[in-house]
Write a protein of this length. Structure first.
Length: 704
């Protein structure tokens, strides 16, 4: 919110905030041999012991260990100062650096200015210096000054060198901007920490050092900075470091690029569509409170093979084997696979749904035997599917639903939120206790230049456009080529390259991350598609012979008759909660209207600090009232994610800009006006949504 104006100047300085990043395990990707435990880690405040692998050094210049040795760790005050902060904020990396012997470090030599540089060899044997032999600090300042940072909140640096350019970049950072630096050589990191003071950067938690391309660790380290990274990232390379180890730096850069792509796509999808899921969740409250929790399924099929059936183009190759396998494995299908399966007489045991578009209804229309198929859905799925579904239903836990109706009514068992129905199907198979978990139809790429398995709903929608000059295959290819700007190649299960696009690639990334986190064996029996790291590759016939010999005991499905009944007694308290939320939203709308009047008045008082600050007293009163009634505003914020994102962006840009005080105050008022307007609109929308949900609850209560 807009801050008071000092009476002798025009506006306040913004409050500084620091993002946090939990320490993550980082290991060098080039290591050999071991070192015994380190009883007294250098720079450690607690003396925690540890065991670490000893990394092999970078290639030295052709002349061998020229120059002088790197400053020794013992007795080096600068090294100890840096390590003290590294032990606090990244103990795993500190342990690896501490395990580097002094004679393993990269030899350094004095520059004429008194600083340090080092000579290394490229892959081709050419000797190069990491920094200027004359004045490395001046060179680093020129490097940093040339990097455009005005609208960037993340700087991705390939290569640490001895750290001079990172130190210079850090000094240029404003606001909450972060530096992400890749450096695969632990010995070089040890040398850098003996030569350059990076302690302030490390202690700020806005300097993240990555030593390899491991995606799990990368996601863990960078996830707290997702929104900042999405606001603007600048890639720069320290050329000598990259030339000394090009492959390792290229791998980390590729992993970082993929992470940013994944983050941007995920967050923008969430932000842009936030109101649609809220409406679906509200409309589904009548089912949410009355159907059984997914907890009834936990480990119900422990040790049984589970097949996750997706609708990729290669699914057609597995249809015959799936028909033979029915009854000998638990089938968990995505909603888009229902019709192709039904055409072959295959009925899954479970089906997943999370799509919020009403078109999803077509996936279920006319499908036989759904009364015995358990639908597991996210509450954001379109309510028209749930209204018409004839079989058992379980909806997953949802935070917004709990805000609306309270924890007592809204707390339900949950699975991780699925990026797609296929991810949700995988999470369900894990939750069921299935082992192994087998993928079929999980292409994540355009196998045979096709997008879908034959028989899916979109093929029916295309039927009127087909003729002898315009075949189904041609329509499939058009669908792929439409994404030409975001096409890329991946390695297929058969070792050959095939096309995918950025969206499918982010789904592949998510699968690889999820698979790494589960104990069950995961087998990719998709006979086509992209290779999925962390899976074993087999044909479905091999899987059937090895893991699916015995039929599943049908008693495991008996719960459908005894535990899947609806509980209408929960509708009345849900109605009461909805009425209370609507009243609270009315009050929130009134508060927003008063705030907007005050902000309009403040716009004309920027040049009069005394009157400006007096009017801010009422703003503070309203702010306190908002904090007391925060539940209503939390409900609204779920539905106004774009407004929240724009405010976050505006905050950071105002904080980073060097503005005259009156101009800063004006921008703060504009920011707050836009945000409060969006919150008021959100309150109106949420009232309408909850009123419609209340009407559905009351109609359900009136039915016999």
């Amino acid at each position: 919110m807009t801050q008071p104006l000092p009476t002798n100047v025009a506006a306040d300085k913004p409050q500084e905030t620091t993002a946090t990043c939990p320490p993550g395990a980082i290991h060098c990707s080039h290591s050999s041999g071991t070192r015994s435990s380190v009883p007294h880690p250098r720079g450690s405040e607690d003396g925690a012991p540890g065991v670490s692998e000893r990394p092999s050094p970078l290639p030295l210049s052709p002349g061998g260990r020229g120059g002088i040795s790197a400053p020794a760790a013992n007795g080096n005050d600068l090294f100890l100062k840096n390590m003290r902060q590294l032990w606090r904020f990244d103990p795993a990396l500190a342990m690896e650096v501490d395990a580097v012997f002094d004679d393993e470090r990269v030899p350094v030599e004095r520059a004429r200015s008194g600083g340090w540089t080092a000579q290394l060899a490229t892959a081709g044997g050419q000797a190069i210096y990491l920094h200027s032999r004359h004045d490395p600090e001046a060179e680093a300042k020129a490097f940093a000054d040339a990097v455009p940072l005005d609208d960037k909140f993340c700087v991705v640096v390939s290569g640490l060198g001895l750290g001079y350019h990172v130190q210079a970049l850090y000094r240029r950072l404003t606001g909450e901007a972060v530096i992400v630096c890749s450096e695969p050589s632990i010995p070089l990191i040890a040398s850098a920490l003996s030569c350059v003071d990076l302690s302030d950067a490390i202690a700020s938690r806005r300097f993240i050092l990555l030593t390899d391309a491991d995606k799990n660790r990368l996601h863990q380290r960078l996830q707290p900075f997702n929104t900042l990274i999405m606001l603007g990232a600048q890639f720069v390379a320290h050329a000598p470091s990259v030339r000394a180890n090009p492959q390792a730096h290229a791998a980390v850069r590729e992993a970082l690029t993929e992470f940013i792509t994944y983050t941007r796509m995920t967050l923008m999808t969430l932000v842009a569509n936030s109101r649609i899921p809220c409406r679906n969740i509200a409309m589904n409250l009548v089912h949410y409170v009355s159907t059984p929790s997914v907890d009834i399924l936990r480990d119900r099929f422990r040790g049984c093979p589970g097949v996750v059936i997706s609708a990729g183009p290669s699914l057609r190759r597995n249809m015959d084997q799936l028909a033979e396998l029915q009854g000998r494995a638990v089938f968990v299908a995505v909603q888009t696979a229902l019709r192709p399966l039904a055409e072959r007489g295959i009925t899954p045991d479970f089906v997943t749904s999370l799509d919020f578009h009403e078109m999803s209804r077509k996936f279920f229309e006319g499908i036989p035997n759904l009364d015995r198929v358990h639908l597991v859905a996210e509450p954001k799925a379109t309510w028209v599917v749930l209204d018409d579904y004839p079989g058992p239903v379980s909806l997953l836990n949802n935070d917004w639903a709990r805000l609306v109706i309270g924890d007592e009514l809204g707390n339900r068992g949950g699975l991780p939120a699925g990026a797609t129905v296929a991810h949700l199907a995988f999470y369900l198979a894990v939750f069921l206790g299935c082992d192994p978990i087998i993928f079929v139809g999980q292409d994540l790429a355009f196998t045979g230049h096709a997008f879908y398995v034959p028989g899916v709903e979109i093929h029916g929608a295309w039927r009127s456009e087909l003729n002898r000059f315009h075949s189904l295959e041609h329509k499939e290819w058009e669908r792929i080529v439409r994404n030409r700007p975001i096409l890329r190649t991946v390695t297929g299960n058969d070792g050959r390259e095939l096309y995918t696009d950025e969206l499918l690639f982010t789904y592949l990334e998510q699968f690889e991350k999820d698979i790494a986190a589960v104990a069950a064996r995961v087998i990719n029996a998709t006979e086509g598609g992209a290779r999925i790291r962390g899976t074993e590759t087999m044909t479905l016939r091999e899987v059937a012979e090895r893991y699916c010999a015995a039929p599943i005991d049908r008693e495991r499905f008996a719960y459908r008759d005894s535990e899947c009944r609806r509980d209408p007694s929960r509708w009345a308290p849900t109605r009461d909660e909805l009425e209370t939320r609507i009243t609270e939203l009315d009050a929130a709308e009134r508060n927003c209207e008063e705030l907007l009047r005050l902000l309009e008045e403040l716009t004309g008082l920027v040049d009069d600090p005394d009157r400006f600050n007096r009017r801010l007293i009422r703003v503070d009163e309203l702010r306190t009232k908002v904090q007391r009634e925060s539940r209503a505003y939390q409900v609204i914020n779920f539905a106004t994610q774009m407004a929240e994102f724009r405010r976050f962006s505006a905050d950071r840009r105002i904080s980073a800009a060097e503005l005259e005080e009156r101009e800063r105050a004006k921008r703060q008022i504009v920011r707050d006006t836009e945000f409060v307007t969006a919150v008021r609109e959100g309150a109106i929308d949420c009232k309408e949504i909850l009123s419609d949900a209340l009407e559905r609850i009351e109609e359900a209560m009136e039915r016999p």
